[in-house]
Write a protein that binds this ligand. Structure first.
Ligand SMILES: Nc1nc2c(ncn2[C@@H]2O[C@H](COP(=O)(O)OP(=O)(O)O)[C@@H](O)[C@H]2O)c(=O)[nH]1
Ligand SMILES: [Mg+2]
Length: 258
């Protein structure tokens, strides 16, 4: 059966955090979903856990196993390409620690169904009344500075580019966003957005930014055991500088006045 959604779960040494039960229940209650796990050169029991999930849901789970660690961006990219090959109408990725719980997938899919004009849906960790967003203070404030820098750099009113829950509607153009490896290993999410925004817009077509939607997730809990180190935040700012220069949307050239 052609899946409605192919969801990539990038994993690097996730034996402690991967919860087979949560994925099993999710698959049992979501017929149209296929999971693509990527084992990115893990040296613990990650692959065995992924195999267990696959054995419990035959034909619904695939595993891409990389011989060595190539980073989250490349793992997600290869998984997304596999999802596109499967014929899924929507592809995406979801962090293995389930900081964003899997039931949020339904919220994303409901919006995608209601708004066929939307092509990218990204989870956003906005601390609003009635939501349950638990981030570490230091990471939250650093994240806010970074998100503001991204927003200025991409000229996009985006609140949060680093939430590990994102869906993409499959089109030929969307496939081109994932065609080549990302230059930025840490903030490939930002690079994917920059590539998307840099795609040409045909006459009469809506601007790219109007086809991106942030979903304020109802719940996000920081899960201990993050692979991100403080130094990586600093690296992210350098990578953002690179993305800014590489994909900057230049204003259309004006005719030379006499
Ligand atoms: N494939 C791959 N996934 C990674 C790598 N580093 C982190 N991840 C995955 O990215 C997701 C988020 O990682 P995490 O360490 O929780 O990052 P944080 O939530 O931003 O602190 C999880 O699914 C990880 O397994 C990596 O080097 N390769
Ligand atoms: Mg995490």
């Amino acid at each position: 059966m052609t899946p409605l959604l192919a969801l990539v779960v990038p994993c690097y040494n996730e034996a402690e955090r991967l919860q087979p039960g949560a994925f099993r229940e999710f698959l049992a209650s979501h017929d149209g979903v296929r999971l693509i796990f990527v084992d990115d050169g893990s040296r613990d029991g990650t692959f065995a856990l992924q195999e267990r999930i696959r054995a419990d849901a035959p034909g619904r789970v695939s595993i891409l196993r990389m011989p060595s660690n190539r980073g989250k961006g490349e793992a997600v990219r290869l998984g997304i390409l596999e999802g596109i090959r499967s014929g899924a109408g929507i592809v995406g990725f979801w962090d293995a620690d389930l900081a964003t719980p899997l039931d949020a997938v339904d919220d994303f899919l409901a919006i995608a169904a209601r708004r066929p004009d939307l092509e990218i849906l990204i989870g956003s960790r906005v601390r609003l009344m009635g939501r349950d967003i638990r981030r570490q203070h230091g990471r939250h404030y650093l994240g806010r500075v970074f998100a503001t820098a991204v927003s200025v750099s991409l000229d996009l009113p985006v609140y949060d580019t680093q939430c590990g829950a994102k869906l993409f509607r499959v089109t030929g153009e969307m496939a081109s966003v994932f065609e080549r490896p990302f230059h930025s290993p840490w903030i490939f999410d930002v690079e994917a957005l920059a590539r998307y925004l840099a795609l040409p817009v045909g006459p009469g077509e809506r601007p790219r930014e109007s086809r991106i939607y942030e979903v304020a997730v109802r719940q996000w809990h920081h899960v201990p055991g993050s692979k991100l180190r403080w130094f990586d935040y600093i690296r992210s700012f350098f990578e953002l500088g690179f993305i800014h220069r590489r994909y900057r949307r230049r204003p259309a050239p004006r005719g030379r006045g006499c």
